[in-house]
Design a protein around this ligand. Structure first.
Ligand SMILES: [Zn+2]
Length: 336
C-alpha cells in the first residue's frame, strides 16, 4: 500500500514538473497554432489569438490577448502584414521584450514560404488593402504549410536545443501526413514526398508522373483537383490564389473590386460577365463574409455559392490545418 502511494506521488510530481516546463506558445492564427502543436508536441502549451471564425484582417485587440502575449515564451505570426491592424498594439502593450518583432522568441512564419503577388509598383491606398510584401494568405498552399512546419521546428530547436530531436521527429510525422493527403499513399510510397514536391515546385508534376509510369497512382488532394485544372473559381476576397496556383486553378476574379473594399453593383455586373465568359461554376468565400453579392452573381449565372473556411476552426469539419484543407478541397472537387 505504502509503495503504491509512493509511486503515485512520484508520478504526480513528475507530471507537475513536466507541465511547469511547457513552452508557452502564442500564435496569431489557428493554423499556425495547429502546426505549432504538431511540431512541438507535448513540449508546449499552444494557443491562438484568432478563433478561425473571424476575418483576420479586422480583429480588434482585446485585453485578454495582451495578457497572453505578456506570458508567452514564443510568439508566432503569419506576417506579410496580415496582422498589421492588431499585432503591434498587442506586442507593445504586453511589454514582453522577448517576443517583440526581430527578437529570437518572435517567429515570423512567412520566412521561407513561396510568395505570390509581391507588388512591383509602389503601394498606395487607392489600390485597396494591398500588402506591400505580397499576398499574406500563403498557408492555403499545402507546400507553404510544410514550409511553416519546417521553420517552426528549426526556430524552436534553436531556442530549446535539448528538445531538438523531438521537434524533428514531430516535423517528419507532420510532413508524412501532409504529403500523403496531398499525393496519396501509393504515390508517396513509390516516389517519396520530397521528390514529388520538387517536381511540383518546378511545375512538372504531371510530366514527372508520366516518366515514372505513376500517373494512375495519384491520390489525395492532387488527384481530386487534377480533372479541374484551368477552371476559374470566383472568390469574395483574394484569399485563395495560393490554393488555386498549387492546383492549377484560376482565382483572379473577386467579388471585392479591390482587397478590403465591399462589392459594388458596377463591379458585380463585370463579375457576371466574367463568370459567363469563363463558364465558372463556383463562387467561393469564407463563412464570415456576407453572401448577398455571391447569391446575386449566382442568380444571374447559375454558378454555385460554396462556403468554405480558410482557417482552422472556421467550420466544425476544419478542426485542424490539414482537416481544413481536406474540407476545402472536398467541397471544390464536387462543385467545380
Ligand atoms: Zn487578405
Amino acid at each position: 500500500m505504502k509503495r503504491i502511494s509512493l509511486i503515485l506521488l512520484t508520478a504526480a510530481c513528475l507530471t507537475h514538473a513536466q507541465a511547469a516546463e511547457k513552452i508557452r506558445i502564442v500564435a496569431t492564427t489557428t493554423d499556425l497554432a495547429d502546426i505549432a502543436r504538431a511540431v512541438a508536441g507535448d513540449a508546449a502549451e499552444v494557443s491562438s489569438i484568432t478563433t478561425g471564425r473571424e476575418d483576420p484582417h479586422t480583429l480588434t485587440a482585446k485585453p485578454s490577448f495582451i495578457v497572453r502575449a505578456r506570458d508567452a515564451d514564443v510568439w508566432i505570426r503569419v506576417g506579410m502584414e496580415l496582422e498589421v491592424g492588431w499585432e503591434p498594439v498587442i506586442l507593445r502593450e504586453s511589454r514582453n521584450t522577448r517576443i517583440r518583432v526581430g527578437a529570437p522568441h518572435h517567429i515570423d512564419a512567412s520566412l521561407n514560404v513561396q510568395r505570390l503577388e509581391v507588388p512591383t509598383q509602389r503601394v498606395t491606398r487607392d489600390l485597396g488593402d494591398v500588402h506591400p510584401e505580397g499576398n499574406p494568405h500563403y498557408w492555403l498552399d499545402p507546400l507553404n504549410g510544410r514550409m511553416i512546419a519546417a521553420t517552426l521546428a528549426e526556430r524552436l530547436a534553436a531556442l530549446y536545443p535539448e528538445r531538438k530531436a523531438g521537434f524533428e521527429k514531430n516535423l517528419h510525422a507532420f510532413e508524412r501526413d501532409l504529403d500523403t493527403r496531398m499525393f496519396g499513399a501509393a504515390l508517396v510510397g513509390q516516389c517519396g514526398g520530397e521528390a514529388l514536391w520538387h517536381a511540383a515546385i518546378e511545375k512538372r508534376l504531371d510530366a514527372f508522373l508520366k516518366e515514372r509510369g505513376a500517373s494512375d497512382k495519384a491520390g489525395g488532394w492532387y488527384a481530386a483537383l487534377r480533372p479541374h485544372q484551368g477552371k476559374t473559381i470566383v472568390t469574395y476576397h483574394r484569399s485563395w490564389p495560393y490554393l488555386a496556383e498549387r492546383f492549377g486553378l484560376k482565382a483572379d476574379v473577386q467579388l471585392e473590386p479591390k482587397p478590403g473594399i465591399p462589392p459594388s453593383a458596377k463591379h458585380l455586373a463585370e463579375v457576371v460577365e466574367d463568370v459567363r465568359a469563363r463558364q465558372s461554376r463556383v463562387i467561393l468565400q469564407e463563412p464570415f463574409y456576407n453572401t448577398k453579392a455571391a447569391e446575386f452573381v449566382a442568380s444571374k449565372t447559375g454558378a454555385r455559392v460554396v462556403i468554405a473556411p480558410t482557417m482552422t476552426g472556421g467550420s466544425p469539419e476544419a478542426s485542424s490545418y490539414l482537416g481544413m484543407l481536406d474540407n476545402v478541397i472536398a467541397k471544390l472537387s464536387v462543385s467545380l
